[in-house]
Design a protein around this ligand. Structure first.
Ligand code: FE2
Length: 293
């Protein structure tokens, strides 16, 4: 091989990655090289900028752990997370759409009974999220597993308040009629974390760093496509400028206010509370492949 030139380096690098055993790996790597090199040429990347980018990624990685994912947050504010959802997690019309998972999901949440209280001492207005999980024909799905998580009234997640145990997150199972009910607090809008490298990006570019009020949930049942989604509070601030581009019209739901009295969880509340009904329609697992074609 002759020494590479700025005209030949891209094809030379691609040729080396073309020997991978997996055709998909060949495609992923040769296209990555193509677009990275095109980017560097187009912006005439300087050594200082390249080093700053590497340092930025290193610091995003160092800030990430099992409760905070700065790399995911970076992907989110670049719109890459939502684009991947729209490419790879399509569902047929009529099924509840996916949206971004976000950087705050924590595995291993405790499972609570119907109507269980996932506040665990979190401050905020008492609220209940309830609904039914059905298939695309309206047939209830019993035993579906709902894993919910959200921020408190100050817009803070478990890792941000330093809670040692579960805080505003829990799992629930649907009953024989597909119903579920969650006791929680009403969500409010919040800023994505700006105390790390992504915050530096926000400061340097002026991009939106606010998210409209929402509750996260995944819904799983055997034979159905796993749903990773949110509900967004109807009328919430920032609903048109979500920092991570996650809003979908089908996921905007209005909360209803109630005076003190009987709650959907069968408890008596001495304070006003709100309710939101989020009915979930799961796509059959086979539809994941069909929708993508
Ligand atoms: Fe969130």
């Amino acid at each position: 091989m002759a020494a590479v030139t700025d005209d030949t380096i891209t094809s030379e690098v691609q040729a080396r990655y073309s020997n991978a055993a997996s055709p998909r790996m060949v495609e992923l790597m040769t296209k990555l090289v193509q677009h990275l090199h095109d980017y560097a040429r187009e912006v005439q990347l300087t050594r200082e900028e390249w080093l700053a980018a590497l340092d930025f990624l290193i610091r995003c990685g160092k800030m990430s752990d099992d409760k905070r994912n700065e790399m995911m947050l970076l992907s989110d504010v670049l719109g890459l997370s939502m684009l991947t959802v729209m490419i790879d997690q399509k569902v047929p019309a009529g099924a509840t759409p996916n949206t971004v998972e976000g950087p705050f999901f924590i595995a291993g949440s405790p499972e609570l009974p119907m109507g269980g209280d996932m506040r665990f001492g979190a401050p905020g207005k008492l609220s209940f999220m309830q609904g039914r999980v059905t298939d695309m024909n309206g047939k209830p799905i019993a035993g579906a597993l709902i894993d919910a998580w959200q921020a408190d009234q100050n817009g803070l997640y478990e890792c941000q308040v330093g809670a040692s145990d579960a805080y505003l997150r829990a799992k629930f199972r649907t009953d024989a009629d597909g119903r579920y009910c969650v006791t929680t607090v009403e969500p409010c809008h919040y800023s994505i974390p700006i105390d790390g490298p992504v915050g530096e990006l926000v400061a340097a570019t002026g991009i939106s760093h606010e998210r409209p009020a929402h509750i996260h949930a995944t819904v799983q049942a055997p034979g159905y496509q796993t749903l990773i989604t949110h509900i967004f509070r109807g009328g919430a601030d920032y609903i048109d400028s979500d920092a991570v581009y996650g809003v979908r019209p089908e996921l905007i739901i209005f909360f209803e206010d109630h005076e003190p009295g009987m709650t959907p969880a069968g408890t008596i509340s001495t304070e006003p509370f709100s309710t939101v009904t989020f009915d979930v329609v799961l796509a059959p697992a086979v539809a994941q492949k069909l929708a993508a074609e």
